[in-house]
Design a protein around this ligand. Structure first.
Ligand code: HEM
Length: 142
């Protein structure tokens, strides 16, 4: 699967406001996630207090590099290893995705049109699928 041209265009066009607000978006994402899925808090029990900054940096880097995802290789590997250490599973991705998109909508306000949100949704699950595949291989090798 690859990202559609429309999605790439929209993500690129909104990469700047998303990157500029990435910390606010991801901080809000965790609030939403733990409010709706309190059982997921345990996964973050060893997480550093600035975990949201790492996710924010990853989201920003992803948006900027949406057309050259090969540049994300090392970062992707680090994320996958960190996820496997924490016990992250494929079924956790939709909860994080919905929370992230809700946060994008709240923080970007009027700029977050339906087209923008659906492009980011597609982009999130594309990245999510790459991570899930790598994590599956790491779990299998463990
Ligand atoms: C596309 C989706 C995701 C992205 C871009 C992402 C990004 C990241 C990044 C950048 C890190 C830090 C890696 C490092 O230590 O250098 C991380 C760690 C982590 N992520 Fe994700 N993540 C995603 C999905 C998820 C999901 C679905 C969960 C499930 C709840 C999750 C839970 C965690 C946990 C528990 C850590 C480790 C925190 C710590 O111990 O400090 N992530 N993630």
């Amino acid at each position: 699967m690859s990202l559609s041209k429309e999605t790439i265009e929209i993500v690129k066009a909104t990469a700047k406001p998303v990157a500029e607000n990435a910390e606010a978006i991801t901080a809000r994402m965790y609030e939403i996630l733990f409010e709706h899925y309190p059982e997921m808090q345990v996964l973050f029990k060893d997480a550093s207090p600035d975990q949201h900054k790492k996710l924010a940096a990853a989201v920003g880097a992803y948006a900027v590099n949406i057309e050259k995802l090969e540049l994300l290789g090392d970062a992707l590997e680090k994320m996958a290893q960190s996820h496997v250490r924490s016990g992250v599973l494929p079924e956790h991705y939709p909860a994080v995705g919905v929370s992230l998109l809700t946060a994008v909508k709240e923080v970007l306000g009027d700029a977050a049109t339906d087209d923008v949100l659906s492009a980011w949704k597609e982009a999130y699950f594309f990245l999510g699928d790459l991570l899930i595949a790598r994590e599956k291989a790491l779990y299998a090798a463990a």
